[in-house]
Design a protein around this ligand. Structure first.
Ligand code: ARG
Length: 570
């Protein structure tokens, strides 16, 4: 079926007063539906039609043939208002939800490929709390793009190459730690963190240490076997902990192609830059000048021959194009790297890659925490950045306390508490436009009231619990749609009907917040419907239970698209 807007535009075109396209542009959707679901202000038509707006509206109301699914057209003070037939809306929406299930509102495959580079932490360290942002925004975008018909390549561009590894190697050897394979296999990221801290401390007293680390990395880059063995062990130890946390959060990747993966693909890039005369020397460095774009030069290679972050991103972009033939490539990385991505994209332009226009940096704001009455970036009261796993543990603990009060017998309560906790953290990250900084306040984030994760989770739990209590499921043929036309039912159905549009709007702006706000809308309308219209035991039980089922299906998938766990019981 065409959208209601399109049907109305066609009907207006049939009166002979305008073209359908022009009519379509005039239609607006008022937030308050007391004066109709669609409205056409006739004021701008007065000049062309040489009639008063009031007359225009009245004449059109008399002439237009109401399309199917609309119940009424009305002219009020120069506005032409159309009303949806509630029974029709209920039937068309709920039948489709029943037929498509969790995929309701999704698009068929559009044959396009999107690469999404997200999370991409630096190896050798543990995930910090701020890593939640790229991880969860990217995770949600990858689910939303898939629902919008794209083939998605989820890429973790691990920071597994660079001077940081020189530092770890220097410190490891200096502390004379055992280098037999068994010890290396058992290394943990915690031990690496300790080495890191030790390096930072020592290098303050011995300025020469930084040079030693750089030299160690150069040696690693040149293929020293022993150094490679150490590096492999460091990488594996971090990856193990990383995977544990991703699993816990329900986050997955198709490719773990980190920076080291591009090492052997860099010479070809360097050759091409040289051949095309794009590389020049500046202060001992090889750079590509970007003056014509008002950008600082992009650094390609250091004097000792070692390559840089940008060089590896150039190789990665070319590799992704060759391997996945993407239509879009997104980089979900904090705002602080805006210049880096501009530089990389413009070097690609200079290299003649027309597709550089399909690469997008998707930046986001920082997480702020309250320290002594002020919102501060990246720190806690003790002045250190918090580890993501500690934050997850604390979230789990808070929710578990709540469950222990309300429902201590709940099966699997540890797991459920962790999933609600992670969902709460995620929702807080996604609920506002991604460019905004996120204010992190424990009590607000974990609250079951307000615009929070637990609030939307709880709406889903309530729907599931009504379905459990009913003990049966309703089929389409058992539903009387005329029983779903009261204000609460109508309002809820009207919201459910927008799922497809919301998915497309989220993709258009790369904004998971569109769906987070949508989840809140559904939760609120569902709470009202359940609260004020008894479901079980009412004369309309089957029809109302059917709406409960339909809402549960839509909400479950919206939670899933956000990367939240759709809990059924708490
Ligand atoms: N590892 C980088 C960091 O932690 C982020 C990498 C983002 N992706 C990319 N292709 N540069 O800052």
């Amino acid at each position: 079926m065409n959208s209601f807007e399109q049907e109305i535009a066609n009907a207006l075109a049939a009166t002979g007063s305008f073209e359908a396209d022009a009519a379509l542009k005039l239609i607006s959707v008022p937030p308050d539906t007391t004066h109709g679901n669609f409205t056409i202000p006739c004021f701008s038509l007065a000049k062309v039609m040489r009639k008063a707006p009031k007359m225009i509206a009245e004449d059109l109301a008399a002439q237009v043939k109401l399309p199917a699914g609309l119940s009424k057209v009305e002219a009020v003070n120069g506005y032409l208002n159309f009303f949806i037939d509630r029974g029709f809306l209920a039937k068309s929406t709920l039948d489709e939800i029943a037929a498509k299930g969790l995929n309701y509102g999704h698009q068929d495959s559009n044959g396009k490929v999107v690469c999404i580079d997200f999370s991409s932490p630096n190896i050798g360290k543990e995930l910090a709390f701020h890593h939640l942002r790229s991880t969860m925004i990217g995770n949600s975008l990858s689910r939303i793009y898939k629902a919008a018909g794209y083939k998605v390549e989820r890429i973790n561009h691990l920071g597994d190459w660079g001077t940081a590894f020189g530092k770890l190697i220097v410190m490891y050897l200096r502390e004379k730690l055992p280098t037999d394979q068994a010890t290396l296999d058992a290394l943990t990221v915690k031990e690496l963190n300790i080495l890191y801290a030790a390096f930072s401390k020592a290098s303050k007293e011995e300025p020469g240490l930084e040079d030693e680390a750089r030299a160690a990395f150069t040696k690693l880059e040149q293929g020293d076997e022993f150094y490679r063995t150490l590096w492999t062990a460091f990488r594996a130890a971090t990856l193990k902990e990383l995977m544990r946390i991703y699993d816990m959060m329900g986050v997955g990747f198709d490719h773990y192609t980190g920076e080291s993966f591009f090492e052997d693909k860099i010479p070809a890039i360097l050759d091409e830059l040289r051949e095309k005369n794009l590389m020049v020397k500046s202060n001992e460095l090889d750079v590509v000048m970007l003056d014509e774009f008002d950008l600082n030069p992009c650094l390609i290679r250091k004097s000792d021959g070692s390559t840089l972050y940008a060089t590896r991103d150039l190789a990665a972009a070319n590799y992704r194009m060759k391997e996945y033939n993407f239509d879009k490539c997104l980089y979900v990385v904090d705002l602080g790297q805006a210049l880096h991505f501009k530089q990389v994209f413009h070097v690609l332009k200079k290299m003649g890659r027309e597709w550089y226009t399909n690469m997008y940096h998707i930046p986001f704001g920082v997480i702020l925490q309250m320290v002594d009455g002020k919102w501060e970036k990246g720190k806690t009261r003790t002045g250190t950045a918090s580890l993501l796993r500690d934050v997850i543990d604390a979230a789990q603990k808070k929710i578990l306390e709540f469950i222990d009060q309300k429902n201590p017998e709940l099966e699997n309560k540890e797991l459920i508490a962790r999933q609600i906790g992670i969902s709460a953290l995620t929702f807080n990250d996604l609920k506002n436009s991604r460019l905004k900084d996120v204010r992190f306040d424990w009590d607000a984030v974990m609250s079951f009231e307000g615009d929070t994760g637990p609030y939307v989770q709880n709406a889903h739990v309530r729907l599931c619990s009504i379905m459990r209590k009913a003990g049966y499921t309703v089929n389409v043929s058992d539903v009387d749609y005329a029983q779903l036309t009261d204000d609460h039912a109508y309002n809820l159905i009207n919201i459910l009907a927008k799922k497809g549009d919301k998915i497309l709007a989220a993709v258009k702006d790369d904004e998971p917040s569109v769906l987070a706000q949508y989840a809140l809308e559904i939760a609120e309308a569902a709470h009202k419907f359940i609260h004020e219209d008894r479901v079980l035991g009412s004369a309309e039980e089957k029809s109302r239970l059917f709406l409960v089922q339909s809402t549960q299906i839509v909400l479950e998938n919206v939670l899933d698209l956000l990367g939240l766990f759709p809990i059924r019981q708490m």
